[in-house]
Design a protein around this ligand. Structure first.
Ligand SMILES: NC(=O)c1ccc[n+]([C@@H]2O[C@H](COP(=O)([O-])OP(=O)(O)OC[C@H]3O[C@@H](n4cnc5c(N)ncnc54)[C@H](OP(=O)(O)O)[C@@H]3O)[C@@H](O)[C@H]2O)c1
Length: 348
């Protein structure tokens, strides 16, 4: 069988999301011809093992995208803003993990299980949602389809890998220091994260909500195509290494039932129903780290709202919340003929 292969770049290849992209490209058999890895000047020259080969990290700078078919950007908003226009000009599709362009009306913001049709209107850049939004919507979308969403309230329980590789080192370092009985140090978070929870993810806006909380509202509206959706989020960082969770309470247009809600979630390709209260079965971050689907459970009729449901959802922030969703978008674009190699290389 002959397959087209793609020249792929990862910008931010040394980071938490970049490393997962590397792994998923191989595990999901992405039709890869050449892979180029980019990061900051600090990492240029570093060696990375990939599929039995040693690749050298290059500095990301303008002018490097000429031969590249698709570039996954996972290096933060400023890098996207500085380099994505150059990549697009070079004819490279940019699949961006940062928040820089998510709300730009010309840029599709896509979760392939929810709004794949949006991929068709891209102008060179596809944005991917914030990790908490992605995980939350994997539970909320099938319920919206079943009952018609009116508004929702959410409290998140976000892992430290959502902040990046340095935050994981900070949590692990604090736990080790605690075990050794030596003073704990911190650099990433404003307070100790080990054995603590911090009701702050991102910086505070004038209305008292953090940037992450506002992103959850705006991105939910854009992805679900509900421009007037009312969302109230409280985003909390917890001392979990990987996988975000969210406790969601949602109000719907139509009458709800637990049975119909469970059936809707079970039938949705992005979710796995784990909801057997009598057996104490519900999704946890440890069970849903490194999983393609997000776990949904604790579904119950809400006692405070008309036509309300409360539920719990857990999913891997580095996968569905980041690298996996980006890759799924690229895979779908290839299947739909929306992404083709510039020079058609052939692998046998
Ligand atoms: N972590 C998550 O769960 C998650 C989820 C959704 C979205 N995101 C988004 O994904 C992006 C990456 O997040 P992360 O968690 O992987 O962060 P991270 O672990 O801190 O990694 C950041 C990466 O960006 C690179 N970088 C930094 N400055 C750069 C520059 N000036 N030029 C080129 N590369 C540069 C770093 O390279 P060096 O090693 O050389 O510094 C590193 O490879 C961010 O926009 C983040 O908001 C993350």
């Amino acid at each position: 069988m002959k397959t087209s292969s793609f020249t792929v770049a990862i910008v931010g290849a040394t980071g938490a999301v970049g490393q997962e992209l590397l792994r998923l490209l191989r595990e999901r058999n992405f039709p890869l011809g050449t892979l180029r890895l980019f990061a900051s000047a600090r990492s240029a020259g570093r060696s990375v093992e990939f599929g039995g080969k040693t690749l050298t990290v290059e500095e990301a700078r303008p002018g490097v995208f000429g031969d590249i078919d698709v570039a996954f950007f996972a290096a933060g908003g400023p890098v996207t803003r500085a380099l994505a226009p150059d990549a697009v000009k070079a004819g490279c599709l940019v699949i961006d993990k940062s928040s820089a362009l998510r709300m730009d009306p010309t840029v599709p913001l896509v979760i392939p299980e929810i709004n794949p049709q949006e991929l068709r209107r891209h102008q060179g850049i596809i944005a991917n949602p914030n990790c908490s939004t992605a995980v939350t919507l994997m539970g909320l979308w099938p319920l919206h389809q079943a009952f018609g969403l009116k508004r929702y309230f959410v409290s998140t329980y976000q892992s430290v890998s959502g902040t990046g590789a340095e935050a994981v080192r900070e949590l692990e370092g604090q736990i080790q220091s605690h075990a050794k009985g030596v003073p704990l140090t911190r650099k990433v978070y404003p307070y100790q994260i080990a054995f603590n929870v911090l009701p702050q993810v991102d910086t505070f806006g004038a209305n008292g909500y953090t940037g992450e909380e506002t992103k959850m509202m705006l991105e939910s509206r854009k992805i679900m195509g509900l421009p007037n959706l009312r969302v109230s989020a409280t985003c909390v960082r917890v001392p979990v290494v990987r996988a975000h969770s969210a406790a969601v309470t949602a109000e719907f247009e139509r009458p709800v039932s637990v049975e119909a809600a469970r059936a809707a979630v079970a039938a949705f390709s992005g979710a796995q129903l784990v909801d057997e209260p009598a057996q104490m079965k519900y999704p946890t971050p440890l069970d849903f780290a490194e999983k393609v689907k997000c776990g949904v459970g604790r579904i119950r009729v809400d006692t405070a709202l008309e036509n309300g449901l409360s539920f719990w959802v857990t999913g891997d922030n580095l996968w569905k919340g980041a690298a996996l969703n980006a890759l799924q978008n690229a895979e779908l674009m290839i299947r739909e003929g929306l992404l083709r190699p510039k020079a058609v290389a052939v692998m046998t």
